[in-house]
Design a protein around this ligand. Sequence first.
Ligand code: KDG
Length: 311
Amino acid sequence: MAEIVSFGEPLVEFNAEAVGGPRSGALYSIGFGGDSSNFAIATARLDGRAGYLTRVGDDRFGRMLLDLWRDEGVDASRVATDPEHPTGLYFIVRDGSAAEFVYRRDGSAAAQLCPEHIPDGWVERARLLHVTGITQAIGRSACDAVFQAVERARAADTIVTYDPNIRPKLWPLHEARAVTRYTAAMCDVVMPNLEEGRLLTGRDDPYDIAMELLELGAPLAVLKMGSAGAVVASAADYTRVPALDVRAVDPTGAGDTFNAAFAVATVEGRSPAAAALLGSAAAAHVVQGLGAVNSIPQRRVADRLAGELSL
Ligand code: KDG
Protein backbone atom coordinates (compact mmCIF):
# COMPACT_ATOMS: atom_id res chain seq x y z
CA MET A 1 0.00 0.00 0.00
CA ALA A 2 1.25 3.49 -0.85
CA GLU A 3 2.41 5.41 2.22
CA ILE A 4 3.60 8.61 0.58
CA VAL A 5 1.24 9.98 -2.07
CA SER A 6 1.28 12.89 -4.49
CA PHE A 7 -0.77 14.03 -7.46
CA GLY A 8 -0.48 16.61 -10.23
CA GLU A 9 0.87 16.91 -13.72
CA PRO A 10 3.60 14.69 -15.16
CA LEU A 11 5.38 16.01 -18.23
CA VAL A 12 7.65 14.62 -20.88
CA GLU A 13 10.84 16.67 -20.87
CA PHE A 14 12.98 17.80 -23.82
CA ASN A 15 16.15 19.14 -22.29
CA ALA A 16 18.66 21.04 -24.44
CA GLU A 17 22.17 19.69 -24.08
CA ALA A 18 24.54 22.35 -22.77
CA VAL A 19 26.06 22.70 -26.23
CA GLY A 20 24.07 23.85 -29.23
CA GLY A 21 21.90 26.70 -27.96
CA PRO A 22 18.16 26.90 -28.58
CA ARG A 23 18.15 27.18 -32.38
CA SER A 24 18.07 24.55 -35.07
CA GLY A 25 20.65 21.85 -34.65
CA ALA A 26 20.46 21.88 -30.84
CA LEU A 27 20.32 18.44 -29.26
CA TYR A 28 17.50 17.70 -26.84
CA SER A 29 17.60 14.76 -24.43
CA ILE A 30 14.22 13.24 -23.82
CA GLY A 31 13.36 12.66 -20.18
CA PHE A 32 10.56 13.16 -17.70
CA GLY A 33 9.44 15.91 -15.36
CA GLY A 34 6.48 17.37 -13.56
CA ASP A 35 7.16 18.20 -9.93
CA SER A 36 4.63 15.79 -8.39
CA SER A 37 5.81 12.89 -10.58
CA ASN A 38 9.46 13.69 -9.84
CA PHE A 39 8.52 13.57 -6.16
CA ALA A 40 6.90 10.14 -6.52
CA ILE A 41 9.85 8.68 -8.42
CA ALA A 42 12.35 10.12 -5.94
CA THR A 43 10.29 8.70 -3.08
CA ALA A 44 10.46 5.22 -4.64
CA ARG A 45 14.22 5.46 -5.37
CA LEU A 46 14.77 6.49 -1.76
CA ASP A 47 12.91 3.38 -0.59
CA GLY A 48 9.59 5.02 0.27
CA ARG A 49 6.29 3.40 -0.75
CA ALA A 50 5.14 5.91 -3.34
CA GLY A 51 1.68 6.34 -4.82
CA TYR A 52 0.90 8.70 -7.68
CA LEU A 53 -2.34 9.96 -9.14
CA THR A 54 -2.87 11.83 -12.38
CA ARG A 55 -4.40 11.65 -15.83
CA VAL A 56 -2.33 11.03 -18.95
CA GLY A 57 -3.33 11.29 -22.60
CA ASP A 58 -4.06 8.24 -24.72
CA ASP A 59 -0.80 8.85 -26.59
CA ARG A 60 2.80 7.68 -26.77
CA PHE A 61 3.94 10.12 -24.08
CA GLY A 62 1.26 8.96 -21.68
CA ARG A 63 2.30 5.35 -22.23
CA MET A 64 5.96 6.27 -21.67
CA LEU A 65 5.04 7.77 -18.31
CA LEU A 66 3.00 4.72 -17.30
CA ASP A 67 6.02 2.54 -18.13
CA LEU A 68 8.28 4.85 -16.15
CA TRP A 69 6.21 4.64 -12.96
CA ARG A 70 5.92 0.86 -13.30
CA ASP A 71 9.70 0.49 -13.78
CA GLU A 72 10.41 2.80 -10.85
CA GLY A 73 8.09 0.94 -8.47
CA VAL A 74 5.61 3.81 -8.07
CA ASP A 75 2.04 2.66 -7.46
CA ALA A 76 0.27 4.31 -10.41
CA SER A 77 -2.72 1.98 -10.31
CA ARG A 78 -5.09 4.95 -9.94
CA VAL A 79 -3.70 6.89 -12.93
CA ALA A 80 -6.39 7.35 -15.60
CA THR A 81 -5.96 7.57 -19.36
CA ASP A 82 -7.96 10.42 -20.85
CA PRO A 83 -9.07 9.77 -24.45
CA GLU A 84 -9.73 13.45 -25.18
CA HIS A 85 -6.77 15.39 -23.77
CA PRO A 86 -3.06 14.95 -24.45
CA THR A 87 -0.08 14.42 -22.14
CA GLY A 88 1.77 17.67 -21.41
CA LEU A 89 5.34 18.43 -22.49
CA TYR A 90 8.04 20.93 -21.68
CA PHE A 91 11.27 22.01 -23.27
CA ILE A 92 14.25 23.26 -21.31
CA VAL A 93 15.79 25.72 -23.74
CA ARG A 94 19.30 26.94 -23.02
CA ASP A 95 20.88 30.13 -24.24
CA GLY A 96 24.39 30.21 -22.90
CA SER A 97 24.04 29.38 -19.22
CA ALA A 98 20.42 30.61 -18.89
CA ALA A 99 17.71 27.94 -18.97
CA GLU A 100 14.05 28.59 -19.76
CA PHE A 101 11.07 26.25 -19.39
CA VAL A 102 8.82 26.32 -22.48
CA TYR A 103 5.55 24.51 -21.79
CA ARG A 104 3.15 22.69 -24.11
CA ARG A 105 0.57 21.72 -21.51
CA ASP A 106 -2.57 23.85 -21.98
CA GLY A 107 -5.65 21.62 -22.01
CA SER A 108 -3.61 18.58 -20.98
CA ALA A 109 -5.12 15.44 -19.49
CA ALA A 110 -3.68 16.25 -16.05
CA ALA A 111 -5.20 19.74 -16.12
CA GLN A 112 -8.63 18.04 -16.05
CA LEU A 113 -7.94 16.67 -12.54
CA CYS A 114 -10.74 17.46 -10.11
CA PRO A 115 -11.69 16.45 -6.54
CA GLU A 116 -13.80 13.51 -7.75
CA HIS A 117 -10.67 11.90 -9.26
CA ILE A 118 -9.13 11.28 -5.84
CA PRO A 119 -10.46 7.90 -4.72
CA ASP A 120 -11.88 7.33 -1.24
CA GLY A 121 -9.19 6.22 1.17
CA TRP A 122 -6.27 7.14 -1.11
CA VAL A 123 -5.29 10.14 1.00
CA GLU A 124 -6.76 8.80 4.24
CA ARG A 125 -4.75 5.56 4.24
CA ALA A 126 -1.45 7.27 3.39
CA ARG A 127 1.03 8.42 6.04
CA LEU A 128 2.01 11.54 4.08
CA LEU A 129 0.42 13.59 1.29
CA HIS A 130 2.61 15.94 -0.73
CA VAL A 131 0.92 18.78 -2.65
CA THR A 132 2.34 21.55 -4.80
CA GLY A 133 1.57 24.98 -6.18
CA ILE A 134 2.06 23.75 -9.74
CA THR A 135 -0.94 21.42 -9.32
CA GLN A 136 -2.91 24.45 -8.12
CA ALA A 137 -1.74 26.56 -11.06
CA ILE A 138 -2.70 24.19 -13.89
CA GLY A 139 -6.44 24.73 -13.50
CA ARG A 140 -9.29 25.62 -11.22
CA SER A 141 -10.50 22.04 -10.75
CA ALA A 142 -6.98 20.76 -10.01
CA CYS A 143 -6.61 23.54 -7.44
CA ASP A 144 -9.90 22.44 -5.87
CA ALA A 145 -8.55 18.88 -5.79
CA VAL A 146 -5.55 20.10 -3.78
CA PHE A 147 -7.73 21.86 -1.23
CA GLN A 148 -10.03 18.89 -0.88
CA ALA A 149 -7.14 16.42 -0.55
CA VAL A 150 -5.49 18.57 2.12
CA GLU A 151 -8.73 18.78 4.09
CA ARG A 152 -9.21 15.02 3.86
CA ALA A 153 -5.62 14.41 4.94
CA ARG A 154 -6.00 16.69 7.94
CA ALA A 155 -9.16 14.92 9.03
CA ALA A 156 -7.32 11.58 8.78
CA ASP A 157 -4.08 12.71 10.49
CA THR A 158 -2.09 12.18 7.31
CA ILE A 159 0.96 14.49 7.35
CA VAL A 160 0.73 17.18 4.63
CA THR A 161 3.86 18.66 3.05
CA TYR A 162 3.54 21.57 0.62
CA ASP A 163 5.93 22.98 -1.97
CA PRO A 164 4.55 26.26 -3.37
CA ASN A 165 6.74 25.72 -6.46
CA ILE A 166 5.74 29.07 -7.93
CA ARG A 167 5.94 29.15 -11.75
CA PRO A 168 5.13 32.68 -12.95
CA LYS A 169 4.44 31.34 -16.46
CA LEU A 170 1.51 29.34 -15.10
CA TRP A 171 -0.36 32.01 -13.13
CA PRO A 172 -0.16 35.70 -12.26
CA LEU A 173 2.09 36.40 -9.31
CA HIS A 174 -0.59 38.05 -7.16
CA GLU A 175 -2.79 34.97 -7.54
CA ALA A 176 0.12 32.57 -6.90
CA ARG A 177 1.05 34.49 -3.79
CA ALA A 178 -2.49 34.58 -2.40
CA VAL A 179 -3.24 30.91 -3.05
CA THR A 180 0.11 29.57 -1.86
CA ARG A 181 0.08 31.64 1.34
CA TYR A 182 -3.43 30.40 2.08
CA THR A 183 -2.43 26.79 1.40
CA ALA A 184 0.76 27.01 3.47
CA ALA A 185 -1.40 27.79 6.49
CA MET A 186 -3.30 24.50 6.05
CA CYS A 187 -0.25 22.21 5.85
CA ASP A 188 2.09 20.61 8.37
CA VAL A 189 5.26 21.52 6.51
CA VAL A 190 5.77 24.30 3.98
CA MET A 191 8.86 23.82 1.80
CA PRO A 192 9.64 26.70 -0.61
CA ASN A 193 13.03 27.54 -2.07
CA LEU A 194 14.67 30.81 -1.09
CA GLU A 195 13.33 32.77 -4.05
CA GLU A 196 9.79 31.53 -3.42
CA GLY A 197 10.18 32.25 0.28
CA ARG A 198 11.02 35.83 -0.65
CA LEU A 199 7.99 36.05 -2.95
CA LEU A 200 5.69 34.60 -0.34
CA THR A 201 6.78 36.75 2.57
CA GLY A 202 8.30 39.89 1.07
CA ARG A 203 11.29 39.25 3.38
CA ASP A 204 14.86 38.79 2.29
CA ASP A 205 16.77 37.07 5.06
CA PRO A 206 16.26 33.28 5.55
CA TYR A 207 15.56 33.70 9.26
CA ASP A 208 12.90 36.38 8.66
CA ILE A 209 11.35 34.31 5.86
CA ALA A 210 11.17 31.22 8.06
CA MET A 211 9.59 33.16 10.94
CA GLU A 212 6.99 34.68 8.63
CA LEU A 213 6.17 31.27 7.13
CA LEU A 214 5.54 29.98 10.65
CA GLU A 215 3.33 32.97 11.35
CA LEU A 216 1.19 32.00 8.36
CA GLY A 217 0.25 28.91 10.35
CA ALA A 218 2.40 25.98 9.21
CA PRO A 219 4.04 24.35 12.27
CA LEU A 220 7.24 23.63 10.32
CA ALA A 221 9.01 25.61 7.60
CA VAL A 222 11.82 24.18 5.46
CA LEU A 223 13.60 26.69 3.27
CA LYS A 224 15.64 25.10 0.46
CA MET A 225 18.65 27.20 -0.46
CA GLY A 226 20.56 25.08 -2.98
CA SER A 227 24.32 25.31 -2.50
CA ALA A 228 23.72 27.19 0.76
CA GLY A 229 21.86 24.21 2.25
CA ALA A 230 18.53 24.62 4.00
CA VAL A 231 16.86 26.04 7.04
CA VAL A 232 14.43 24.08 9.22
CA ALA A 233 12.30 26.17 11.55
CA SER A 234 9.56 25.53 14.06
CA ALA A 235 8.36 27.48 17.10
CA ALA A 236 10.96 25.61 19.16
CA ASP A 237 13.94 25.27 16.78
CA TYR A 238 15.90 26.96 14.05
CA THR A 239 18.50 24.74 12.37
CA ARG A 240 20.78 25.40 9.41
CA VAL A 241 21.38 22.31 7.32
CA PRO A 242 24.58 22.20 5.20
CA ALA A 243 24.94 21.31 1.51
CA LEU A 244 27.57 19.36 -0.39
CA ASP A 245 29.97 21.31 -2.56
CA VAL A 246 29.19 20.01 -6.07
CA ARG A 247 29.37 21.23 -9.67
CA ALA A 248 25.78 21.99 -10.68
CA VAL A 249 24.79 21.21 -14.27
CA ASP A 250 20.98 21.41 -14.12
CA PRO A 251 18.91 22.16 -10.99
CA THR A 252 15.66 20.85 -12.53
CA GLY A 253 13.90 18.57 -10.06
CA ALA A 254 16.39 19.01 -7.21
CA GLY A 255 13.74 20.59 -4.99
CA ASP A 256 11.33 17.73 -5.70
CA THR A 257 13.95 15.17 -4.68
CA PHE A 258 14.71 17.17 -1.54
CA ASN A 259 10.99 17.06 -0.71
CA ALA A 260 10.84 13.31 -1.33
CA ALA A 261 13.87 12.58 0.85
CA PHE A 262 12.36 14.75 3.56
CA ALA A 263 9.06 12.85 3.28
CA VAL A 264 10.68 9.40 3.36
CA ALA A 265 12.84 10.26 6.37
CA THR A 266 9.89 11.85 8.18
CA VAL A 267 7.76 8.74 7.71
CA GLU A 268 10.71 6.71 9.02
CA GLY A 269 10.55 8.83 12.18
CA ARG A 270 13.65 11.01 11.71
CA SER A 271 13.74 14.53 13.10
CA PRO A 272 12.96 17.40 10.69
CA ALA A 273 16.62 18.48 10.61
CA ALA A 274 17.83 14.94 9.90
CA ALA A 275 15.16 14.59 7.19
CA ALA A 276 16.31 17.85 5.61
CA LEU A 277 19.93 16.63 5.72
CA LEU A 278 18.97 13.62 3.61
CA GLY A 279 17.08 16.03 1.34
CA SER A 280 20.09 18.27 0.91
CA ALA A 281 22.35 15.32 0.08
CA ALA A 282 19.90 13.78 -2.42
CA ALA A 283 19.31 17.15 -4.11
CA ALA A 284 23.07 17.65 -4.51
CA HIS A 285 23.13 14.47 -6.59
CA VAL A 286 20.29 15.67 -8.82
CA VAL A 287 21.91 18.98 -9.79
CA GLN A 288 24.96 17.18 -11.18
CA GLY A 289 23.08 15.59 -14.09
CA LEU A 290 20.80 16.75 -16.89
CA GLY A 291 17.04 16.40 -16.40
CA ALA A 292 14.65 16.05 -13.50
CA VAL A 293 14.58 12.27 -13.16
CA ASN A 294 17.77 10.60 -14.46
CA SER A 295 19.97 11.93 -11.70
CA ILE A 296 17.70 11.12 -8.75
CA PRO A 297 19.87 8.92 -6.50
CA GLN A 298 19.04 5.52 -5.09
CA ARG A 299 18.79 5.39 -1.30
CA ARG A 300 22.23 3.90 -0.66
CA VAL A 301 23.83 6.73 -2.68
CA ALA A 302 21.81 9.39 -0.86
CA ASP A 303 22.74 7.85 2.50
CA ARG A 304 26.42 7.83 1.55
CA LEU A 305 26.25 11.50 0.52
CA ALA A 306 24.34 12.42 3.68
CA GLY A 307 27.13 10.72 5.66
CA GLU A 308 29.49 13.43 4.35
CA LEU A 309 27.39 16.11 6.05
CA SER A 310 26.65 16.76 9.68
CA LEU A 311 24.25 19.03 11.53
O1 KDG B 1 10.46 21.03 -10.19
C1 KDG B 1 10.83 20.65 -11.51
C2 KDG B 1 9.67 20.95 -12.40
O2 KDG B 1 9.49 22.33 -12.46
C3 KDG B 1 9.83 20.43 -13.79
O3 KDG B 1 9.98 19.04 -13.80
C4 KDG B 1 8.72 20.87 -14.71
O4 KDG B 1 6.83 20.36 -13.37
C5 KDG B 1 7.42 21.15 -14.04
C6 KDG B 1 6.85 22.49 -14.16
O5 KDG B 1 5.61 22.58 -14.11
O6 KDG B 1 7.59 23.45 -14.24
